[in-house]
Design a binder for this molecule. Sequence first.
Ligand SMILES: Cc1cc2nc3c(=O)[nH]c(=O)nc-3n(C[C@H](O)[C@H](O)[C@H](O)COP(=O)(O)OP(=O)(O)OC[C@H]3O[C@@H](n4cnc5c(N)ncnc54)[C@H](O)[C@@H]3O)c2cc1C
Length: 380
Amino acid sequence: MDFACSNEQQSFYDMALQFGAERIAPFASDWEEAGTIPRDLLKAAGELGLGGIYACEEFGGSALGRLDATLIFEALSKACPSVAAFISIHNMCVSMIDKYASRDIKERLLPDLCRFEKVASYCLTEPGSGSDAAALRTRAVHRGTEGYVLNGSKAFISGGNFSDIYLVMCRTGEDGPKGISTIVVESSCSGLSFGAFEKKMGWKAQPTAEVRFDDCVVPAGNLVGVEGQGFRYAMAGLDGGRLNIAACALGGAQSALDRAVRYMQERRAFGSLLKDFQALQFRVADMETELQAARIFLYQAAWKLDQNAPDASKHCAMAKRFVTDAAFDVANQALQLLGGYGYLADYGIEKIVRDLRVHQILEGTNEIMRLIVARSMFAP
Ligand SMILES: Cc1cc2nc3c(=O)[nH]c(=O)nc-3n(C[C@H](O)[C@H](O)[C@H](O)COP(=O)(O)OP(=O)(O)OC[C@H]3O[C@@H](n4cnc5c(N)ncnc54)[C@H](O)[C@@H]3O)c2cc1C
């Protein structure tokens, strides 16, 4: 068992840290206010290979592993969890196309996606089905030469009305998971429209919108893999996605803790520096310990996914639950350590708390993570 990063992994981490510090952190508040991430930033990330982190090299991907990606997202999110998580969702879509789509789709879409010339959104949730995703109702009907005709809508889509490619899980067959397929919908398709941008507590730099399909026609060749397997592809995508969402929470929380520790060395109360109150020393010691425990657990889950371990999905779910809960708690405590200043935008922590809250909700709520873990424990 080796707990050290390889030199290569350390260099990915350092690269992402530097990119975040130089190209993301100084502008994160402005992007929050604007409600969008500049395309140029994404293209710059693409130049570093961050548009197709684990896609194969043949179509422009970086062909890295899940543990490598976890390190990258942890580092990026120190600059801004919202931007890092947006990059992670795009990568989840790219990995699904890379793994399951036809050669034709890959040749057509992957090079631009890997360069981040094009951006992809993951469309699973619907107004009537979130946690119970297999109950989705958006329907795609195969109409001969016309291709697939889609009707329905997707809720909460990160990148809605911003992305170029929508990876849509939709019903082509029976009720339940076996009737679901994955279809690529390009932004140019007729019958595609969007709701207004959602107003949110955090992740404000990311546009989030409902995606609507009204007799939306896509070529039959846009089917990813085979009909009826879409739910399986979507869940496989989420295994890695959950690691990244956890990694983004971890990086954000570490940044909040680092800020609090710096502050405690400068702020005085009752004639002492905050850092000299033992109650506060113990608190930051516990916060540091929680994050380190979360980090090791996350890396182990990523390693299991890289190894295709039979219990990888369970470990991804456990890590997502544990890390995002620990990270939110640490960020919230860091805010408390700054007193009233923690609540002010200038000190950088309130944004992290707002951003990290949704990590406990999306890509499967933390209740659903417990469901996955419990199911595996009681499996015959
Ligand atoms: C900012 C943001 C961005 C998002 N981006 C995307 C995206 O890009 N693509 C996408 O497809 N989706 C996206 N989502 C949707 C997200 O994945 C869902 O919100 C999430 O899966 C929960 O679904 P829901 O909101 O319908 O809650 P519900 O499923 O209605 O759940 C409500 C509550 O009940 C609990 N619950 C439900 N079932 C059970 C059960 N069996 N046992 C115990 N508790 C249960 C849940 O944990 C939750 O606390 C995004 C959401 C947000 C907020």
